[in-house]
Design a protein around this ligand. Sequence first.
Ligand SMILES: [Zn+2]
Length: 271
Amino acid sequence: MPELPEVETIKRQLNRKIKGKKIKKVEVLLPRFVKYPLKKFKQIVTGAKIININRRAKLLIVELSNEYCLVIHLKLTGQLVFNGQPTKHTHLIYYFTDGSQLIHNDLRQFGFVKVVPKKELTDFLNKEKYGPEPLSKEFTLKLFGESLNKRKGAKIKPLLMDQRFLAGIGNLYSDEVLFFAKVLPTRRADSLKLEEIKKIHQGIKKILSLATSYRGSSVDNYVDTKGEKGDFVPLIKVYRREGQPCFVCQTEIKRLKIGGRSAHFCPKCQE
Ligand SMILES: [Zn+2]
């Protein structure tokens, strides 16, 4: 699933490519992909200009020149490709007045597009109760420590993935952050020493920024808006490396189910 680095990459690229463009027409190939009355959706989108593209957690928020925003979730397999060729998994195509286009593909169809009036956007996002943005200035070590203190009994891996605890991290980056911090995914929040909390906090900032600068990780079908894979995969230390040797100590990487999700870790480097 695209996590913060992937969605952030798409946001940045869309701001470079489609900001200021005017939508001439929208083609909806899979009506249920749009969580809004279809006729109204088309009316709102047609003729609107793209003012800006923002991100909150794993959501993309496209601000239109009228009183609406489009809220897009890529979920597991969503792709937004600029000037791409439509495939059998293309559900939406936005045609711009300059002849360019943006296609929205989704193999597994868990993603969606919603229309939210701008004045209701804050309420809409508040309802999701997202935690802080990990790369924001607000997400300080102090705030992280306080948040952990409120969730004493929770295991650290599912906690990092909990969107209400911290926004934007999923399975891949939680594994990588915990390897960086040398902390086992099964550790309870209240067992973490101050040094470990510091390392996890540092790892969150460092790994998410680095992965964004590599345009994310293409472990499944994620591509950026050019249709190109993200380059972070060769830098992955543990995620989906079960049975392979740890790059640091050569011990076999293990996999363990925690709360229904797979955690990957080095049993020697991580404590
Ligand atoms: Zn190791």
